[in-house]
Design a binder for this molecule. Structure first.
Ligand code: TYM
Length: 337
């Protein structure tokens, strides 16, 4: 009898920092939901990544449960997928150390996210912030991942992951599978921009909450944020690179409604921004309503959330221990007992 073919592995993670927002949903979570049936999926709450920026311990713990409940409320099925907390699986830190020894300083210093974060947290440019992409490479390579669905801002980290895996494989022979990124087009929401500054990406840890729409924002707040979102000169609802503010709002609309840009342009011809923004706000509110209701229910059952994380960590630990034994053997370490 021939063996059943191996189901391909999909893996992705979100840092439990700030407030999970519509950009994370459109750029990442939406694709997780869409792809979950076709792949053997691992979804990680990357708490080790989050501490590269100082976190309040009480808030961090609470946020991990919030994010887990939101994953599920958005449609991730905990019975079909492995969902876990990064710090529950020690191999992530172990493989990071190994990969650190195969990652060049020069490559890390070219990472734009490091440069941006170093600017933003000038008083806390710690070495974890610098080696952050190595931890991310370990997350991915530990599971022989085929596909990594992320937003456009993670592309450079994925390229580094592939380079490190290739370097290791070329020295020690086939060890790690080389992962493929899954990143939508910008027009499909791979890079949702800030509502007040369409030149910068929307960020869940933005100091100004008016820049993003959190998945848990109440309806009135969503309406007011969209109403006050900056717009470009002119009044037409047309998608043009030179009009980033309206292009961004149209992208959010389309990601939720699936309505083509041409149809939006036609429907709102000669009407100006206000009715378009009002429709978008209603749509986002209606879209988030059931997610928020499910979240409330799921979040109230902490013991269920804990058992999801426990089951996830068990699977992840078994998988990663096997891989770590293989890596250590290749390196020439004496096998432990
Ligand atoms: P994080 O927590 O910053 O973001 C989580 C996911 O949301 C995407 N994203 C966006 N997509 C579209 N528009 C935006 N404005 C926007 N902002 C964020 C991100 O691209 C990401 O997919 N390093 C990662 C977390 C991570 C990871 C991993 C991801 C750690 N290990 C392994 C994949 C595989 C991060 O900081 O994402």
């Amino acid at each position: 009898m021939s063996e059943a073919p191996r189901k391909k592995v999909l893996l992705s993670g979100i840092q439990p920092s700030g407030n999970l927002m519509i950009g994370n949903y459109i750029g990442a979570l939406k694709n997780w939901v869409k792809l979950q049936d076709q792949y053997d999926c691992f979804f990680i709450l990357v708490d080790l990544h989050a501490i590269t920026v100082q976190q309040d311990p009480i808030e961090l713990r609470k946020r991990c449960y919030d994010f887990l409940a939101l994953y599920i409320a958005c449609g991730i099925d905990p019975n079909k997928n492995t969902i876990f907390v990064q710090s529950h699986v020690p191999a992530h830190a172990e493989l990071t150390w190994v990969l650190n020894c195969y990652t060049m300083m020069g490559d890390l210093s070219r990472m734009t996210q490091f440069k941006d974060k170093a600017k933003k947290h000038a008083k806390n440019i710690n070495s974890g912030l610098f080696t952050y992409p190595v931890l991310m490479a370990a997350d991915i390579l530990l599971y022989q991942t085929d596909l990594v669905p992320v937003g456009e801002d993670q592309k450079q980290h994925l390229e580094l992951t592939r380079d490190v895996a290739q370097r290791f494989n070329s020295i020690y022979g086939e060890t790690f599978r080389i992962p493929e990124p899954f990143i939508g087009e910008k027009q499909q929401g791979a890079r949702i921009m800030s509502l007040q500054d369409p030149q910068s990406k929307m960020s869940k840890s933005d100091e100004n909450p008016r820049n993003y729409i959190a998945l848990l924002d109440p309806p009135d707040l969503i309406r007011s944020k969209i109403k006050k979102a900056v717009t470009d000169s002119g009044t037409e609802i047309t998608y043009e690179e030179s009009r980033p503010a309206i292009a961004n709002l149209m992208t959010i609309h389309r990601a939720i409604s699936n309505e083509p840009f041409e149809s939006l342009t036609e429907r709102f011809a000669g009407k100006g921004y206000a009715p378009f923004k009002a429709e978008l706000a209603d749509m986002v509110v209606e879209f988030l309503k059931p997610i928020q209701a499910r979240f409330k229910e799921i979040r109230s059952d902490k013991s269920e959330l804990e058992s999801i994380l426990k089951a996830g960590a068990e699977i992840a630990n078994a998988r990663t221990q096997r891989l770590m034994r293989k890596v250590y053997k290749k390196l020439g370490f004496i096998p432990a007992g």
